[in-house]
Design a protein around this ligand. Sequence first.
Ligand code: ZN
Length: 266
Amino acid sequence: MELEIIEQRENYIKFILSDVTPTFANSLRRMIMSEVPTMAIDEVIIIENTTPLYDEIIAHRLGLIPLKTDLNSYVRSDVCSCNGQGCTSCEVSLTLEKTGTQEVEVVFSSDLLSQDPKVTPVYSTIPLLKLAKNQKIFLEAIARLGRGMDHAKWQPVSTVSYKYFPVVEFNLDNCTYCGDCVQVCPRDIIKIEDDKIKAINVINCSLCNQCVDICELDAVNVSTTGKDFVFLIESTGSLKIKEILLESLKVLKEKTQTFKKHVDEF
Ligand SMILES: [Zn+2]
């Protein structure tokens, strides 16, 4: 197995995972989506709300704010030693209190004050609601660790996807260099230069097969290696990409170990 990073930014990564089975690639994707825990607001106690938005809408919006997550300091409340009662190991309280002083005032995610400075909104500029003059919002929000399998608000990523690594080949005996495949390719993969046809930046190929369909001479062939995958992960910012990958592999390992334990007991 090999891993080659193609592109990496703060909350984004594109890499090639080589020499693995489709099953492994999909397991990794599913672990990331549904098993890696993050913090999200799970309970909202509305103390005062004189804004035009219903309590439920505000609570729903609060739930979807990505929160910075510290996996070393918190555990999920369903496995916490407090038995789900709520304690400092499984819950963080955030408060929001604001009264409109101008004609129109926007309440942002930065107005949420957290009990733990390590658990705060990833982005400070998410608009939550608007206040007219003298309208008031006062609430307490409880954030908990949870998993994407229970609610999408706990997913650590906005996107995790993969595709087979494309292979574009030409049968030069049949090719007349008519350029139809060059014209039809939506990703500009195919180039004809100096009576030579070639595929460039093959990684961008979406396997749409339009080049194959348009060529009546069967000179183009698009396939995959079947064992190499182009992965794309976009984090919500709750966790770093590296943390997401390491945590997903940890869960996958734990699951296989538990399975092995059961098999051993046969
Ligand atoms: Zn607890």
